[in-house]
Write a protein that binds this ligand. Structure first.
Ligand code: FE
Length: 200
């Protein structure tokens, strides 16, 4: 889904950044460190570890579904935009999908920064109106009798999808399983397959 406003947003961000630096409100080095952290250290590989542990540790999964913020913090993932987490579990009967209809609320500690399409107006509008159509565009074809639930992230709550563990992965440990879990599977615009690539 194209994001026509991306260039405009990038320009505005650069303008604001220049002003903040000029007025001495922001140190360029500090800003660079924050950007670097979110680009390299914090990303969907964190969420993938949470998912893999939930698949392999039933007690952790129970904690994750009852108090996601605390369970995720146990694994060392907490902080800005992850203060109030809710994990929704995909099952054979239910597929969950996350959107922020107002802006781009997203669980940064577990997924990093949101992809451009997540912030785009078409995704934000259509995820609610036509979730199955959006899922089709992402290559997710659900059986008609499977219920689709769409969760609207906001400033108070950030949702993370616990995808279904794919068949054929029974012998795999948590590290191997984590490598199968993609970012989109944790947003709910994807599912996890036994042979697919890692979250990045
Ligand atoms: Fe938002």
């Amino acid at each position: 889904m194209p994001d026509t406003h991306e260039d405009d947003i990038a320009l505005r961000v650069r303008a604001i950044e220049s002003l903040l630096i000029e007025k001495g409100l922001v140190q360029p080095a500090a800003l660079a460190a924050i950007v670097e952290t979110y680009e390299t250290k914090i990303g969907p590989h964190n969420g993938a570890q949470v998912v893999a542990r939930a698949w392999t540790d039933p007690a952790f999964k129970a904690r994750l579904l009852s108090d996601a913020t605390a369970a995720i913090a146990e694994m060392g993932f907490s902080g800005v935009q992850g203060e109030d987490m809710v994990v929704v579990e995909n099952t054979p009967a239910v597929h969950n999908m996350v959107v922020c209809t107002l802006c781009s609320c997203y669980p940064w500690p577990t997924l990093g920064l949101p992809p451009n399409w997540y912030k785009s107006a078409p995704y934000r509008a259509r995820a609610v109106i036509d979730p199955r159509g959006v899922l089709n565009e992402f290559g997710v074809d659900l059986p008609p009798d499977k219920e689709v639930r769409v969760w609207d992230s906001n400033a108070e709550l950030r949702y993370l999808v616990l995808p279904e563990r794919p068949p054929g992965t029974e012998g795999m440990d948590a590290a191997a399983l984590a490598a199968l879990v993609t970012r989109d599977a944790m947003i709910g615009t994807g599912t996890v397959a036994a042979g697919q690539g890692a979250a990045q």
